[in-house]
Design a protein around this ligand. Structure first.
Ligand SMILES: C[S@@+](CC[C@H](N)C(=O)[O-])C[C@H]1O[C@@H](n2cnc3c(N)ncnc32)[C@H](O)[C@@H]1O
Length: 220
């Protein structure tokens, strides 16, 4: 489904070989929760999406704590998807839908204003200048993000890479269709209440890198 004119944005798509049970889950349970063009989510009160959910801790937390919401997760890294499927099994989730691949494939098939929330948490930093073009948050992506978010919908961005924070804020500002939501001074230093943490956030903290949590509202 990858569109030929799009650069690949992610690094590795496989880690350690899956264990037998994970392989069985990918074969038997994943297809039931795969997010496809045909999936009807109209019974849910809202749809939220997380891009690049990695170890799936935040994604599974969202789905567990919000059974009335359809939560979509997209991740090209197979081992991460297997973790999300394990979460579906462990917690008996019914509202978590997965795409093993590029999130932009799913954004392409979502109708305008489909999402109430879009999470991008610790995206791959691509720190070398020659790789900056692989950063997820770019002009085309923000245009699509605004299209799939309903007016007033939330764009949640977190990163420990200050250069990427600057990069994202600059591009979101230029896009002009998102409003920054600083409810209080310094709010970008703390995540939202009830935040479960993510694996990359933990790595960043361990390495002493401060994390930034920015919330934007899609304009009317
Ligand atoms: C640095 S990791 C962060 C993982 C997780 N959000 C966390 O905070 O622990 C970034 C993740 O984004 C995924 N990713 C990169 N490009 C993506 C894309 N176009 N669509 C979906 N996921 C993507 C990568 O595979 C990787 O797992």
């Amino acid at each position: 489904m990858q569109q030929p004119d799009r650069p690949r944005l992610y690094g590795r798509s496989k880690g350690r070989p899956l264990r037998a049970h994970q392989t069985a889950l990918m074969e038997n349970l994943y297809p039931l929760f795969e997010m496809t063009r045909m999936r009807d989510l109209s019974a849910y009160s809202e749809i939220w999406m997380e891009i690049g959910f990695g170890g799936a801790d935040h994604l599974v937390h969202l789905a567990r704590n919000n059974p009335e919401i359809a939560v979509i997760g997209a991740e090209p890294f197979l081992n991460g998807v297997a973790k999300a499927v394990a979460g579906i099994e462990q917690f008996g989730l019914k509202n978590l839908f997965l795409h093993h691949g590029d999130a932009r494939d799913i954004m392409d098939i979502l109708p305008d204003g489909a999402l109430a929330r879009l999470y991008i948490l610790f995206p791959d930093p691509w720190p070398k200048t020659r790789h900056n073009k692989r950063r997820l948050v770019n002009e085309a992506f923000l245009k699509d993000a605004r299209r799939v978010l309903k007016s007033g919908g939330g764009l949640y961005f977190a990163s420990d890479i200050i250069d990427y924070v600057d990069w994202a804020v600059t591009r979101i500002h230029h896009n002009g269709e998102f409003e920054f939501l600083p409810q209080a001074p310094g709010v970008w230093r703390t995540p939202y209440q009830g935040w479960p943490g993510t694996r990359y956030e933990a790595k960043a903290k361990k390495a002493g890198r401060p994390c930034h949590y920015l919330t934007f509202k899609a304009a009317a």
